[in-house]
Design a protein around this ligand. Structure first.
Ligand SMILES: Cc1cc2nc3c(=O)[nH]c(=O)nc-3n(C[C@H](O)[C@H](O)[C@H](O)COP(=O)(O)OP(=O)(O)OC[C@H]3O[C@@H](n4cnc5c(N)ncnc54)[C@H](O)[C@@H]3O)c2cc1C
Length: 452
């Protein structure tokens, strides 16, 4: 029997695997990407490492490769159960694994940013554009407009320009007054992240050569079968229009929760980041005793915090497995927790500087893109049947039933229920997640073999 199945080979999962091996526990690391590195270090073995962060990521990937444990790239985990038990598919073959513990290190997803026309060809997320740049060196051959806010948006701008692409302008959704709020959180951020702050300042400086429209409060992407124009309004009452065929949008990142929700772990609402997160104890253990979570899939902290929380979860698992005493685990965890506390102060600064976008959700917005359900449809369902929560809306309208399994519309459903009935998000909750977490063919399901 495997001791620990780790889902995700990003900084959190790779660090946890290395630590667990040192602590004498066997691991299987499952990741849907073709190579280790996760999002930040995607394709790091094939591309030049730029800067200290990339170099440390490349070194981590090398150590992970040299570790020689059971690593399954290009394998999708499509169900997780409290047993613990997980189901995965690799090269068309499905398999069930029943390890002693599962560590969810599945990372973040971009926070969905719905507005009318966001489904048009030509509109895509900055994260998706960045993956194309990092893994396939795809550089748009036309000038790009960026919309939204957050460090990833500025990083992509910098990376695209460095790669020879053209950024025509930014539609900046950051609210005015945020600099003053963020300044209060700056002292807590400096010790942990002064390098990141300097990098951020350099990107801001670079954006001075680009047209920036500030205070965006609404967006509409227009066009026939693809994007041709974007209209916007600003907080000082201006209305504008730009002609563009490419609009890349971004509104920060949130934990990817499908695995921990499917496994029955408890979650709570994070008001500052406007998202749900799994509830963890001081060692990264979820409310399901045999399931731990680390990295951006647990709480957003960035790559360095992900390595720290991967280490903490490894210590917690060793303690739960009995290979470390509680005293040994507490001693080992102390410096890691100190590092995580510093990372949290840095995150507090970033949250203040780039708060989630507060744009209206007009009726015509296609909220569930898979099933083409508009905000109007959902509001109508809520009016007709006032008791509906996110799962009731799903049944009534099919929103959340498509291949993305609510990754794009789940947060909007919670938001629209709150708008209609009031109440705290913790009471409203998120969509219940059903298997499969990722699309699976019947043929694959039929190959299911109960494995290790
Ligand atoms: C699109 C995107 C781009 C980003 N780019 C950057 C960047 O350039 N710089 C930066 O500082 N931060 C970036 N971030 C933030 C980044 O997530 C963290 O800094 C860091 O990568 C978190 O590490 P992690 O180990 O928690 O997760 P990740 O690095 O995200 O690793 C998680 C891994 O789990 C895999 N996975 C998820 N679900 C499953 C499943 N069901 N089955 C199998 N495998 C699964 C994922 O594909 C991924 O390989 C990005 C985030 C996103 C969402």
């Amino acid at each position: 029997m495997i001791d620990v199945a780790i889902v995700g080979a990003g900084p959190a999962g790779m660090t946890a695997a290395l630590e667990l091996q040192k602590l004498g526990l066997s691991t299987t690391v499952i990741d849907d990407q073709p190579a280790p590195g996760g999002r930040i270090f995607a394709n790091i073995e094939q591309r030049p490492a730029h800067g200290a962060e990339d170099r440390s990521g490349a070194a981590l990937v090398r150590r992970f490769r040299q570790m020689g444990g059971d690593y399954r790239p290009a394998s999708e985990v499509w169900q997780i159960e409290p047993g613990p038990r997980l189901f995965l598919s690799s090269s068309g073959q499905a398999q069930m694994i029943e390890p002693r513990f599962i560590l969810m290190a599945t990372g973040a997803q971009e926070r969905p940013m719905p507005f009318p026309g966001w489904q048009l060809p030509g509109v895509m997320t900055v994260g998706a554009a960045q993956i194309l740049l990092k893994t396939a060196r795809q550089i748009p051959d036309k000038p790009v407009w960026l919309a939204g806010s957050g460090p990833l948006l500025l990083l992509y701008m910098h990376q695209l320009i460095a790669a020879g692409g053209m950024v025509e302008g930014i539609l900046d959704t950051s609210p005015s007054g945020r600099i003053i709020t963020a300044a209060r959180a700056l002292p807590g951020a400096i010790t942990y992240g002064w390098r990141d702050l300097l990098r951020g300042l350099a990107w801001q400086w670079q954006s001075r050569s680009i047209k920036v429209v500030r205070g965006i409060t609404s967006l509409q992407a227009r066009g026939g079968d693809k994007l041709s124009h974007v209209t916007y309004s600003t907080d000082d009452g201006q209305i504008g229009e730009i002609a563009t065929e490419l609009l890349f949008i971004h509104d920060g990142v949130v934990p990817g929760l499908h695995g921990t929700i499917a496994a029955g772990c408890d979650h709570r609402w994070n008001e500052a980041e406007q998202c749900f997160e799994p509830i963890l104890d001081t060692f990264g253990r979820t409310s399901v005793e045999t399931i731990f979570a680390a990295g951006d899939g647990a709480t957003i902290g960035g790559a360095r915090a992900a390595t720290l929380s991967g280490r903490l979860a490894a210590i917690g698992i060793a303690r739960a497995a009995g290979t470390m005493s509680s005293e040994q685990a507490e001693t080992a965890a102390k410096p890691v927790r100190r590092g995580l506390a510093k990372a949290a102060r840095f995150r507090h600064f970033v949250d203040a500087l780039y708060p989630p976008v507060k744009m209206a959700l007009p009726d015509e917005t296609i909220t569930c893109r898979c099933e083409e359900v508009t905000a109007r449809d959902i509001r109508a369902a809520l009016k007709n049947e006032a008791h509906l929560g996110p799962d009731g809306i799903k049944i009534a309208t099919r929103a959340g039933m498509g291949p993305c399994q609510g990754r794009q519309c789940g947060a909007s459903l919670t938001r629209l229920v709150r708008e209609a009935h009031g109440g705290a998000p913790d009471a409203i909750g998120f969509l219940r997640i059903r298997p499969p977490l990722k699309p699976l063919t019947l043929g694959e399901l039929a190959t299911l073999d109960s494995g290790i």
